[in-house]
Design a protein around this ligand. Sequence first.
Ligand SMILES: NC(=O)c1ccc[n+]([C@@H]2O[C@H](COP(=O)([O-])OP(=O)(O)OC[C@H]3O[C@@H](n4cnc5c(N)ncnc54)[C@H](O)[C@@H]3O)[C@@H](O)[C@H]2O)c1
Length: 252
Amino acid sequence: MDRLEGKVALVTGAGSGIGKSSAMRFAAEGASVMCLDLDESAAQGTAAAIAEGGGSSAALVVDVSVEEEVKASCEKTVRELGGLDVLMNNAGIGRAEWDVTIAINLSGVYYGLLHGGALMAERGGGSIISTASIAGLVGLVSSRVTEFPPVDGSGAYIAAKHGVVGLTRQFSLIYAQHDVRVNAIAPGYIRTPLINETLEDLEAVYNLESLHPMGRLGEPEEIAAAAAFLASDDASFITGITLPVDGGYTAR
Ligand SMILES: NC(=O)c1ccc[n+]([C@@H]2O[C@H](COP(=O)([O-])OP(=O)(O)OC[C@H]3O[C@@H](n4cnc5c(N)ncnc54)[C@H](O)[C@@H]3O)[C@@H](O)[C@H]2O)c1
């Protein structure tokens, strides 16, 4: 499929997992991709993989929790790759202290919506996809996140991801008249380095699998496929939604 032919995409957290798969999928569908990550070699690795496959790409080292850096990265994408049609606010971390989690998983997305969206609106439109989580729709029950007594950061991931769902709704309204569509994806548990610790514990994996009615964890390519759909004109009348891609996790 070449649904993104001639488009320019900026993907945050493109060095690993869901961001890497999405960057590669966008490129496979014809987009030039700016691969942004805090980890320089990871960002360059994804950009190189795209180039090896014959695609167009560049790499950028940015911390999404720093507003000016996010704003500058959107402007740099336009300067270097000639546009900004798709923005995937995807960079994120797992369990950490409250302030750190909110700064990266919530403020980082907000800065992308604010500055990337405004730039897209000025340029005539675009599509923004933010990676929320099932943790943006429901509380999580796996034992590691329900520890009592609560520790610093308890609930921060849930708060940040619920915030992403809310920001998605609000910014879809802000940009609706400017042809910038704003959506989110809510993945179930996906096999990426983010949950490496859990993946090493077979019993924990079994427990997580059993929470998904389809009886398995997801693969990053399955999130990338949904992201490519939302990025493309196939989703031309879709804005303000959070699409669960979770093997039925939130259906119960
Ligand atoms: N893996 C899952 O089960 C799962 C489920 C639901 C949602 N998510 C969300 O998906 C997104 C991607 O996660 P993943 O599973 O691919 O994880 P990952 O750890 O494989 O990739 C995350 C990437 O983000 C980068 N990153 C971290 N902090 C950053 C910062 N401040 N600035 C720029 N880049 C930064 C990391 O270097 C890494 O390359 C996250 O927002 C995560 O919360 C993951």
